[in-house]
Design a protein around this ligand. Structure first.
Ligand SMILES: *Cc1c(COP(=O)(O)O)cnc(C)c1O
Length: 417
């Protein structure tokens, strides 16, 4: 921080304050994590100075000797780790990556079908009116069943009726395992592409604690900064099944990203992705993935035995959604109160939420970041109990904050994994 402190004190101060905030609070937002120092160094490196429009060996500018090798390494590592024949590592983030897939595979009038936001889908899965995915394409969305779980028989009928060109299997607030095999069969029944959006669960898949979609989906999209623990970015994977359906799919996806949607790739981010993929190929990463799920189950258990309702009655993955209606507190009020106690999570809709997304009935919590800090089941029980004392207003935020600080002092953010 030596140079930035000299050049721009205001920003330097804010970075320091944010670093402190992250160190001293419990990060329970399931999409957040702590990238390693190694990833940070790659992202903050001079690779960011280089323009590299195009792909390795096919660039539009000179001076590509080293950045070509960086991108190639990221691609090879991703192919190996996920077991797919083609990967594009250039998408700036998850939303533009999904946009590239849609713009490439859909013509006007074609139907895209994803899960609704309140059922746990992502905005880019066809949310109407306010997103590109709902505005520029014909979006028809499916919902979870009354129990909060995807009903595959119902989905199969819905797909037969509306004949999507792309079926999206992916979630951002869904606590159960996705049955990608079933999704693949359902998409196949109408000749649709299956896009598996594994943004949240990529790290769990690599760790072997969530089934992989690569045998069933044609295209897989993932962000790189969630359970995968890399820099902010995304990748699009084309599977063997995808190439079987359309032998030009890989080059179509590449063209859709550049020049279709984006300009020059962020090679510094791509280097960070390559570093994160190396970190993810270790036995320690497998342990981390397993512990994320164990921790989520322990946290869920503690919340439930203390009277907090979780949608679907628990979790199989890294996150859970609590429906707070029986506790007479709105999700947003709970999230604000918890932040005062050093517990940072987000308010979230619950399935069939009678309340709107900006003031919904639930909160969403997850264990990836606290697992990265080395916390285990014992700490999850403690965190669950602290959350309950806040929700039931048994202790003040200031009292809970003291305990949170203690916990954070015992489990530092690691510099390396
Ligand atoms: C996070 C997420 C995205 C979007 O990623 P951004 O990098 O925030 O644009 C897309 N799909 C799913 C399922 C996600 O969880």
């Amino acid at each position: 921080m030596k140079y930035i402190t000299q050049t721009d004190r205001a920003i330097a101060k804010l970075i320091s304050a944010e670093r402190r905030r992250q160190e001293q609070t419990l990060m329970l937002i399931p999409s957040e994590n702590y990238a390693s120092q190694a990833v940070e160094e790659a992202v903050g490196s001079p690779l960011g100075n280089k323009y590299a429009e195009g792909y390795p060996q096919k660039r539009y500018y000179q001076g590509q000797t080293f950045v070509d090798q960086v991108e190639q390494l990221a691609i090879e590592r991703a192919k190996k780790l996920f077991g797919v024949p083609h990967v594009n590592v250039q998408p700036y983030s998850g939303s533009p990556a999904n946009a590239a897939v849609y713009f490439n595979l859909l013509n006007s009038g074609d139907v895209v079908m994803g899960l609704t936001l309140s059922s746990g889908g992502h905005l880019t899965h066809g949310h109407p009116k306010i997103t590109f995915s709902g505005k520029f394409f014909t979006s028809i969305q499916y919902e979870v069943g009354k129990d909060g779980v995807i009903d595959y028989d119902q989905l199969a009928k819905f797909v037969k009726k509306h004949k999507p060109k792309i079926l999206v299997a992916g979630t951002t607030a869904y606590p159960r395992v996705l049955n990608f095999k079933r999704f693949g069969e359902i998409a196949g029944s109408v000749g649709a592409y299956l896009l598996a959006d594994i943004s949240h669960i990529a790290g769990l898949i690599i760790a072997g604690v969530h089934p992989s979609p690569t045998a069933f989906a044609h295209v897989v999209m993932t962000t790189t900064h969630k359970t995968l623990r890399g820099p902010r970015g995304a990748m699009i994977l084309v599977t063997s099944r995808g190439l079987k359906k359309d032998k030009d799919l890989a080059s179509k996806i590449d063209k859709a990203v550049f020049p279709g949607l984006q300009g020059g790739p962020h090679i510094n981010t791509i280097a960070g992705i390559a570093v994160a993929l190396t970190e993810a190929s270790t036995a320690r990463f497998k342990k981390y993935g397993q512990q994320i799920v164990k921790n989520a189950k322990a946290l869920a258990q503690t919340l439930m035995i203390n009277g907090v309702n979780l949608t679907t009655g628990g979790t199989d993955n890294h996150l859970m959604v609590a429906d707070l209606r029986s506790l007479n507190i709105k999700g947003k009020d709970a999230a604000i109160l918890l932040e005062k106690a050093g517990i940072v999570l987000n308010y979230n809709t619950v399935p069939f939420d009678p309340n709107p997304p900006f003031n919904p009935s639930g909160i969403r919590l997850g264990t990836p970041a606290v697992t990265s800090r080395g916390m285990k089941e014992k700490e999850m029980k403690k965190i669950g109990e602290l959350i309950v004392t806040i929700l039931k207003k048994k202790l003040t935020a200031a009292e809970v904050l003291k305990e949170v600080r203690q916990l954070c002092r015992r489990f530092h953010i690691p510099k390396a994994y």
